[in-house]
Design a protein around this ligand. Structure first.
Ligand code: CUA
Length: 154
């Protein structure tokens, strides 16, 4: 009898372990929650020479669609003071030239970490006109508190 129970428990725990492994695998590959293994990488020393970061700026890519190619460094966002029309869908393509910075847009759900060596992409639609404050929310040095810019939606 005892033997039978042990077997049941062994089988159950094996099933659970396999289940967790499958679940983790699913999260990693299907939901992209895993380590940044398939994230695009970049040499942080050469950001200025590598496309598209050799020309940071705001680019219109379609109807109400924009791409903002942005570099982050202590203690600034390039380009700064972005202006876009209301209703725009904006994809931010970002990387850091030095340390890890944050990219948070007040009044939205946008809150991302921008690490040297990696390209961070995030898309946000701006329907409400106004001035959106962009903050660095990762401590990055003496000027961290001053690292901010604005996105103006007209
Ligand atoms: Cu950049 Cu804090």
């Amino acid at each position: 009898m005892l033997h039978k129970h042990e077997k049941i428990w062994l089988t159950l725990s094996s099933v659970m372990i396999i289940g967790f492994m499958l679940f983790t695998g699913y999260q990693t590959f299907a939901l992209g929650m895993g380590p940044p293994s398939h994230t695009e990488t970049i040499d942080p020393q050469k950001v200025d020479e590598i496309e598209p970061f050799d020309e940071p700026g705001v680019y219109e890519t379609g109807d109400n669609k924009y791409e903002v190619v942005m570099t982050l460094e202590a203690f600034m966002f390039t380009p700064s003071d972005i202006e876009i029309p209301a209703g725009s869908e904006v994809t931010f393509i970002m990387t850091s030239k030095d340390v890890t910075h944050g990219f948070q847009i007040a009044g939205t759900n946008v809150n991302a970490m921008v690490m040297p060596g990696y390209i961070q992409t995030i898309t946000q639609t701006f329907n409400e006109p106004g001035e959106y404050l962009v903050l660095c929310n990762e401590y990055c040095g003496a000027g961290h508190q001053m690292m901010s810019t604005t996105i103006t939606v007209n």
